[in-house]
Write a protein that binds this ligand. Sequence first.
Ligand SMILES: NC(=O)c1ccc[n+]([C@@H]2O[C@H](COP(=O)([O-])OP(=O)(O)OC[C@H]3O[C@@H](n4cnc5c(N)ncnc54)[C@H](OP(=O)(O)O)[C@@H]3O)[C@@H](O)[C@H]2O)c1
Length: 354
Amino acid sequence: MNAYTHRLPSSTSAQPATAERSYRLRRQDASRILSSGFEPSPRVSPGQVLVRVAAASLNYRDLLTMQEPASESSALVPLSDCAGIVEAVGADVSQWKPSDRVSPNFFPEWTEGRFSAAYLGRALGGGQTDGVLRGQLVIEASALVAVPEHLSLAEAATLPCAGLTAWHALFERGRLKAGDTVLVQGTGGVALFGLQLASAAGARVIVTSSSDDKLARARALGAWQTINYRRTPDWDRVALDMTAGRGVDHILELGGPDTYERSINAVAPGGQIAQIGVLTGFGSQPNLLPLQFKNASINGICVGSVEQFQRLNRFMSEKQLHPVIDQSFGFEQVPEAYEHLRSAAHFGKLVIEL
Ligand SMILES: NC(=O)c1ccc[n+]([C@@H]2O[C@H](COP(=O)([O-])OP(=O)(O)OC[C@H]3O[C@@H](n4cnc5c(N)ncnc54)[C@H](OP(=O)(O)O)[C@@H]3O)[C@@H](O)[C@H]2O)c1
């Protein structure tokens, strides 16, 4: 992947003392490329907080964003997830002070209650709103959560999308309880958070993966059972056997078209499928009829709110959980980090340390 450079506009092209490093996604042909450079330090307004970004993390979504058609005017800062230190607060901000350790929520405006479609366009680092891969970030004070004390900023940077999505699916909507069974697909970010959170709550977790090595690591992390989905394409049948024919109480549906029918086969009566991922593409058209005869549900999950993020962080602290970081990259190595994500060789999360 090529990385180009961008600069401040010509009137300020000499790098000022207040310039901050950043990446932007610029158009090249039909897709986007990464461009690194400098830009002016942002100003903080009333109600906002200036955060020094210490670490950011990558999600599968960031590969999808690279592929979206882009116009030159939409050279946005990529990535949704980061953690950092408060450097300054605007007027009227009383809940944060300089030196606080914080993370912004994926949806800055979704602070509590029900979701609104209006939040979608303001998701950080998507096709319409600047993200977090820059030295400093200005954001509404209400969009921030405190980083748990036991976590490093690199660890905390993995939580806003992958961690919160797994938490929302299993605990907020799924109402998971000890003894429940869970199935997660693969060993990427959402899947491993699902494994760690559910195991810590006393659930029994089945992990599928294309790699026996990764499955061994998943067992070391607490997986109850594992299935190699390459060698055993009918993993739904095996999951039914593992649960004595009953089926799985919670399935994190991450695959999409290639996995959906099997998730429906494998879910238990009264169980829940969390509709989350598109790893094998878009537009799943499974036969939903079996759900009716199982009184089972599909919950659409799109990351989560600030108050859900706070509850996730309380749980992480209570259970002293540490996210699984596969590899950390420096700011200059961002293109390599994207390539590593694309290779799907990772186990857990990829972090950029600023
Ligand atoms: N709805 C939401 O709010 C939300 C939030 C976060 C993520 N997502 C979506 O959830 C999915 C996972 O995201 P992520 O960031 O955790 O991804 P990731 O870290 O990039 O995970 C990639 C892993 O997925 C596994 N995988 C690929 N194809 C698979 C298949 N057919 N069956 C089972 N596992 C498969 C592979 O694991 P192995 O190498 O072990 O085989 C691969 O390494 C993506 O589609 C993403 O867009 C949605």
